[in-house]
Design a protein around this ligand. Structure first.
Ligand code: FES
Length: 175
């Protein structure tokens, strides 16, 4: 994964190629339909977050006004509009998860990591994010790590165990 300074962001050739593949899925006058995937690709290229420059680059590539990229990036939870930690913990706080204790999950995370929702730990290991329903209500409360793996039927104990494990993994990988 390539990390670029904000002011120097230019879509890489592999990313452009992948965006082109998505553009082809839509009618020629509907290029903007590829915006969701294109922003995800730009985010990955930019080290996990979307700067204004990266969003503009995507909009320019799709030939749409910059506002189209901003609208999509601020609407969906999977975009990060500032740098994030190595582990993004997205906790669903929508009604079914809230009724099953997502507040306790958030509280135990805030206490353990000494940060608030939307913040990143000083060591850059964790970011806490609150998200809307992730379609796993039957297993509430739940969270997702790094936009991939779901962790369901959470309790504060399970959540803290998961943090311990991720911390341990980071230490092992640093050796
Ligand atoms: S409300 Fe949390 S997954 Fe649906």
């Amino acid at each position: 994964m390539m990390e670029l300074a904000e002011e120097k962001f230019v879509l890489s050739d592999p990313v452009k190629k992948e965006i082109d593949r998505w553009i082809e899925k839509y009618p020629p006058d509907q290029k903007k339909s590829a915006i969701v995937k294109a922003l995800l690709l730009a985010q990955e290229q930019n080290g996990g977050w979307l700067s204004d420059v990266a969003m503009n680059a995507v909009a320019d590539y799709l030939d749409v006004p910059h506002i189209v990229a901003y609208e999509a990036a601020t609407f969906y939870d999977m975009y990060n509009l500032k740098p994030i930690g190595k582990n993004k913990i997205s906790v669903c706080t929508n009604v079914p998860c809230m009724l099953r204790g997502s507040d306790e999950i958030i509280d135990c995370l805030k206490k353990r990591l000494q940060i608030n929702v939307g913040e990143t730990t000083k060591d850059g290991l964790f970011t806490i994010k609150e998200v809307e329903c992730m379609a796993a209500c039957a297993a509430a409360p739940m969270c997702q790590i790094n936009d991939k793996k779901y962790h369901e039927h959470l309790t504060p104990e399970k959540m803290l165990g998961l943090i311990d494990r991720l911390e341990q993994e980071a230490k092992t990988n640093a050796k």
